[in-house]
Design a protein around this ligand. Structure first.
Ligand code: LAC
Length: 216
């Protein structure tokens, strides 16, 4: 096992689709579609903004992706619905195995490296009572470019002061896992859904179905 483990946040530690119930409460029967569209658009916007050199914080990108998704699906979202759904993002549920697995991995250096801007990720970590779990919570906001830009993974090397070979990177987002592998980390892809691997010319070191399988 590497001496430090760096985790992606959204989709890896925290279930972005835990917003679905609230979406369904506002627009019955539309929760799953809205949640899926919202997440997909959120990620597209991060890549597109990075390529354009038009960085905006993840909180802004997430709101814009929500507005687009509601427009696409014909759902009328006023300030009340938008605020409530953005608030859900600050209270996302961790996946069932996460707390226990992190507790058992303690002793190694543990960090988060996320697209999430501090105004989103810091309250989320706090609301889930995980402030003491991590040695560092690193945000791409320091660099104003999104994953999978190489500079983002380099940020973890610089902040943790460890060579890249000593860092294990853990992500459920396959493109993020492969970006980290391309950079030179040891990579664990958490494939909870049994998805096919992305065709990006690199392979993760290990494919597991949950964080509990990271345990030695
Ligand atoms: C993150 C995105 C990839 O947390 O979900 O960085």
């Amino acid at each position: 096992m590497p001496s430090a483990l760096v985790f992606d946040a959204y989709g890896t530690l925290f279930d972005v689709h835990s917003v679905q119930a609230r979406c369904d409460a506002f627009w019955p029967g539309q929760g799953a579609r809205l949640s899926q569209t919202w997440r997909a658009k959120q990620l597209e916007y991060t890549w597109q903004r990075s390529l354009m050199g038009r960085y905006a914080p993840f909180s802004a990108v997430t709101l814009e992706a929500l507005e687009y998704s509601c427009a696409l699906l014909g759902l009328v979202a006023g300030p009340m619905q938008k605020n409530a759904l953005m608030d859900e993002y600050r209270n996302l549920a961790p996946y069932p195995e996460v707390r226990d697995a992190l507790a058992r991995l303690k002793g190694r250096k543990l960090a988060i490296l996320t697209n999430g801007s501090p105004d989103m990720i810091d309250p989320l970590v706090k609301n889930q009572g995980m402030e003491k779990t991590f040695d560092a919570v690193l945000s791409v906001d320091a660099l104003k470019v999104y994953k999978p830009a190489t500079a983002v993974y380099e940020l973890a090397v610089n902040r943790l002061k460890l060579p890249r070979e000593d860092i294990g990177f853990v992500s459920s987002n396959c493109w993020d896992a492969l970006g980290a592998k391309s950079f030179g980390f040891s990579v664990y892809w958490i494939n909870r859904a049994g998805a096919p691997i992305d065709r990006l010319g690199v392979q993760p070191d290990r494919i597991v179905s949950g964080l509990d399988e990271l345990l030695p």
